[in-house]
Design a protein around this ligand. Structure first.
Ligand code: HEM
Length: 335
């Protein structure tokens, strides 16, 4: 009797756990009844924006990463600071994020067509997915149903930095259940877009306080970088808005394509960031890098898989959070 009662309790507990798990799951075409045109609206605007500025997908990819890393993929990075509340967006690693106006345009259009239905978190994830496809990546099927978060504080922003070792970046990725392989794969996004000198200038003139450049930079490439990024003048304060920017993978002839050029740069000691260059220096990461160069379709497939995993991190679903009317503001200003 006691055992069967226990079984009932155990079964009920298991079922309620399954309900919780089920509620927490995203699904393909979540908006098929509530806003059937949602995905095509996102795609149409992304196509227009991409033809005007082919660097937009790079901006969104980075924004997606920075969103998911803090509080999960809940659009917390889109919130503007207001009053005394300083939002994630104003944290130093986020000051060069780009593409907010693309998300605003998509949101405005979807609010016109399907008021209060499509979350900002899903808009960012779908727009990023379409950006990946537009730049030569795979058009992966993306589960949706994310809800928008109610928290965005500058003090919560702890994102791996460009001088992290691969080991430290891996530890940081593990906190969001991403693996070393996911890290190596997602860093392939550094094939695209821009990088400001301030993120790597220490490698060019005074690496780890040595007064010398990082010895692991190809000498010719070092000359190119030094020309583009002059030695910092310590008597002039660093100014983000005047800091020069270069392509993230300067050795690539396709700076707006999600191809394997980043990995080629890594093997040729022509990676811009210290973390990126370090991928060449352990057997495991070097093997993956070489594998992606020789089998670009494996990279495409693994990149899509890693993006789905990334955009699944800490999502809010069901009745959690809200569907914001404006991606830059919580619906209730008191949040
Ligand atoms: C783990 C560590 C990572 C570090 C330390 C890192 C660091 C950086 C830095 C310093 C920049 C230059 C930003 C600027 O100058 O505005 C950058 C750009 C970029 N990152 Fe990463 N990143 C990391 C991971 C990722 C991941 C996982 C993705 C993609 C999912 C990504 C995608 C990009 C893209 C596409 C750009 C170019 C952005 C643009 O053109 O505006 N990064 N990253």
């Amino acid at each position: 009797m006691a055992i069967s009662a226990l079984r009932v309790v155990a079964t009920a507990t298991l079922m309620s756990m399954m309900v919780v798990v089920a509620a927490a799951q995203l699904q393909l075409h979540f908006y098929k009844d509530s806003c059937p045109q949602a995905e095509s609206v996102v795609k149409g605007i992304m196509q227009q924006r991409f033809s005007a500025d082919p660097s937009i997908p790079a901006g969104l990819l980075r924004m997606q990463f920075h969103d998911c890393f803090i509080h999960g993929c809940d659009a917390s990075v889109l919130i503007d600071s207001s009053g005394n509340r300083v939002a994630e967006k104003d944290a130093p690693p986020n000051l060069t994020l780009r593409g907010f106006e693309v998300i605003d345009e998509i949101k405005a259009e979807l609010e016109k067509q399907c008021k209060g239905t499509v979350s900002c978190a899903d808009i960012l994830a779908l727009a990023t997915r379409d950006g990946v496809a537009l730049t030569g990546g795979s058009a992966y099927a993306l589960p949706t149903g994310r809800r928008d978060g109610l928290v965005s504080n500058i003090s919560d922003v702890h994102i791996p930095g460009p001088s992290f070792s691969v080991a430290d970046a891996t530890t940081a990725f593990q906190t969001i259940n991403l693996s070393l392989e996911d890290l190596v794969t997602l860093l392939g996004a550094h094939a695209m877009g821009f990088c400001q000198c301030g993120f790597f200038v220490d490698r060019l003139y005074n690496f780890r306080g040595s007064g010398q450049a990082d010895p692991n930079i190809d000498p010719q490439f070092l000359g190119v970088l030094q020309q583009k990024c002059p030695r910092p003048n310590n008597s002039v304060p660093f100014n983000l808005s005047t800091d020069p920017k270069i392509f993230m993978t300067p050795s690539s002839s396709t700076p707006f394509k999600l191809d394997t050029s980043f990995y080629r740069g890594v093997l040729n000691e022509q990676a811009v960031l210290q973390l990126d260059q370090e991928l060449a220096f352990t057997d495991l990461t070097r093997r993956t890098v070489a594998d992606y160069i020789s089998r670009p379709n494996v990279f495409r497939r693994k990149f899509a898989k890693a993006m789905i995993k990334l955009t699944n991190v800490g999502v809010l679903t069901g009745q959690q959070g809200e569907i914001r009317a404006n991606c830059r503001r919580f619906n209730q200003p008191s949040h």
